[in-house]
Design a protein around this ligand. Structure first.
Ligand code: G6P
Length: 614
């Protein structure tokens, strides 16, 4: 939530900042702003409600010159989305400007204190309180900016990634992190700053990921210095990031979401590369080799996640329980951290997160770690906070996901979970060799089968036109298809704003069936698996109440296809791998319905991709 960018060097800062904001727009897009110090040492702040493109229009006739600047794209927490609440925020005398990602929890008491000293506020944000506090400390004790920031942050409770400019020192940016991500890019005579590496990679591949409690002192023509709040210097590793810039562009697709849906076959190949040994029909995850003892001696697994990642976790539970015979609990990270969970040293906690930054998931990891559990991360964003906080883990390697509604990350997560379950089952001898080899072989076929599903795109686009009228929708599935139903419903809600419920098909008769009438589209995921006959009965129950059934069935289906209003055939696969195939057409369906309804598919209202506040 909220993206921040900074630049100091020889080039004009503005184009770099704007491009960076566009890369980070997935983190929030209700207002945007820049602060730049020009050669005349004026600190200009321009900000406006709306998207980064609105900011570009707004500054068309303004002075955006200068080689040092910071910029922000916002997802509102405190204060409605409006120009006054947009970042950067000036301090009282306009000497300082600050951008912030996170929440200052004790902002109200700090604000009262400052108001009592005569400070006035232009916005209703927590962020403005912080910049005023820094200036108050700086001026009342005649301190330099770094010291003032250190002292101010000692008074702050909450989460932050901040960057501050001081017009009295146009050669320096001070940036600090606690619980919100911050990356410094090191170029030749220039530095970049951002919430993730995507705004940085086209200028340099050398980055430093700040840790919690660290402050980056970024000075023109000096080496990067990292200190803590007590001004003790912190050693920092310079990492090399590799990212294909093409992954950050739409590449001819109208939306990132559609591009990411179509990338899935290649993503799954990338995810499996080097991990599945074709000749030996073997699955090798380095984390399982390195931490075999901790994983195999686990009495229980607990998977924590949020949103789409939580749906992947439900599939992981089925996979691990059925292949490894180890009990698995799945928890919303946000609930887990607050119900005083029972966690033992022989528990393994798996944290699943695309961004690796979700505040609740990160907090759940820290809690489980403090109780002695072994923590395994399944993440996409390389170098993000969760992989750095866990004992080990596996990246899903699907490349940057930019559309706010998660697609390829979900199938990547399920693929890693399948490989994890398979490799542990093999080590544990809880799977017979024949079954193991069959699943591994089938897993290798998944990308090709996904390609077949993608050929249904036009068909699904036509189908979507019929359903734009719907106000409510039910998604039904059983077994491995139940989390798929949840994920399909979530996709529809997120981007088309149609209310949708995912339900275990048999549970429908305990409530949701009351909603079914001739207006109600009911999406059924009914592959030819062990539960097919049961789902058939559930479909009949819907039809008996005149519901409109859209069924996703296995190729050659004979029965559900006879009674459903519309049927889409999917390639057959093994039960445990069904989610990898059946989720894809549901992503396409949600996408096309949202497009038909004229919605902003990549940036749906009120959502953000990376939720770094709880
Ligand atoms: C947000 C995103 C979802 C995502 C969830 C968890 O709500 O919009 O797409 O599933 O956060 O994010 P994570 O990065 O932890 O997987």
């Amino acid at each position: 939530m909220c993206g921040i960018v900074g630049y100091i060097g020889q080039r004009d800062a503005y184009p770099i900042l704007i491009k960076g904001l566009k890369r980070l727009e997935y983190r929030g897009y209700d207002s945007a702003g820049v602060a730049i110090i020009n050669r005349g040492r004026e600190l200009n702040v321009y900000k406006t409600k709306g998207k980064v493109s609105d900011l570009e229009h707004f500054v068309e006739d303004k002075d955006v010159s200068g080689t040092i600047g910071i910029a922000h794209t916002r997802w509102a927490t405190h204060g409605e989305p409006c120009t006054e609440n947009a970042h950067p925020h000036y301090s009282q005398t306009k000497r300082l400007a600050l951008i912030h990602n996170g929440i200052i929890e004790n902002y109200a008491s700090l604000k009262n204190k400052l108001q009592a000293k005569g400070y006035t506020f232009q916005s209703s944000t927590d962020t403005e309180v912080l910049v005023q506090l820094i200036e108050f400390i700086q001026t009342s004790h005649e301190l330099n900016l770094l010291t003032a920031v250190q002292l101010a942050l000692q008074e702050v409770i909450g989460a932050y990634a901040i960057a501050v400019l001081d017009k009295e020192n146009p050669n320096q940016i001070i940036a600090a992190r606690k619980s919100s991500p911050l990356v410094v890019g090191i170029g030749e005579g220039e530095f970049f700053l951002a919430s993730d590496a995507t705004p940085i990679v086209e200028y340099t591949d050398k980055v430093v990921y700040l840790d919690d409690g660290e402050i980056a002192v970024i000075r023109r023509d000096e080496k990067l210095k990292v200190v803590n709040l007590d001004n003790v210097e912190c050693p920092h590793d310079v990492k090399t990031v590799t990212m294909n810039l093409g992954q950050l562009e739409k590449g001819g697709y109208p939306h990132f979401m559609l591009k990411e849906i179509f990338e899935q076959p290649d993503c799954i190949r990338d995810c499996m590369r080097g991990r599945i040994n074709v000749e030996a029909d073997n699955v090798v995850l380095s984390a399982v080799i390195d931490y075999k003892k901790q994983l195999l001696s686990a009495k229980r697994f607990i998977i924590v996640a949020c949103g789409t990642s939580w749906h992947a976790a439900l599939i992981g539970k089925h996979l691990i329980e059925s292949l490894c015979r180890i009990p698995v609990e799945v928890e919303y990270a946000s609930e887990f951290r607050y119900h005083n969970p029972v966690i033992d040293a022989d528990d393994v906690v798996i944290a699943i997160s695309q961004s690796g930054e979700t505040a609740d998931t990160l907090a759940a990891v820290e809690l489980a770690k403090s109780r002695g559990a072994f923590i395994y991360g399944i993440c996409n964003a390389i170098g993000s906070s969760i992989p750095r906080a866990t004992h080990t883990g596996s990246y899903i390697h699907v490349g940057p996901e930019i559309g706010v509604a998660s697609t390829k990350a979900f199938t990547g997560q399920v693929t890693v979970l399948a490989m994890l379950a398979l490799s542990m089952a093999k080590e544990k001898n809880s799977i017979d060799n024949h079954t193991f080899v069959n699943i591994v072989k089938e897993l290798q076929q998944i990308p090709e089968k996904m390609e077949e599903v993608l050929k249904e795109n036009e068909h699904i686009a036509q189908l979507a036109k019929i359903f734009t009228y719907a106000k409510n929708c039910i998604y039904l599935g059983r077994g491995y298809s139940y989390p798929v139903a949840l994920e399909g419903a979530l996709k529809l809600k997120e981007i088309s704003y149609i209310h949708a419920e995912g339900y275990p098909a048999a549970e429908m008769k305990h409530g949701p069936i009351a909603l079914v009438d001739e207006e109600m589209p009911v999406v059924v995921i009914a592959p030819h698996d062990d539960l097919y006959e049961k789902v058939l009965s559930n479909v009949q129950e819907v039809k008996a109440r005149k519901g409109r059934v859209i069924a996703f069935v296995s190729k050659g289906d004979q029965m559900i296809s006879q009674i459903a209003d519309t049927c889409i055939e999917l390639p057959d696969t093994m039960d445990c791998l069904t989610p990898l195939i059946a989720t894809v057409p549901l992503q396409m369906l949600a996408y096309h319905i949202a497009v038909c309804k004229g919605k902003n598919v990549d940036q749906p209202r009120n959502l953000a991709k990376s939720v770094t506040v709880e």
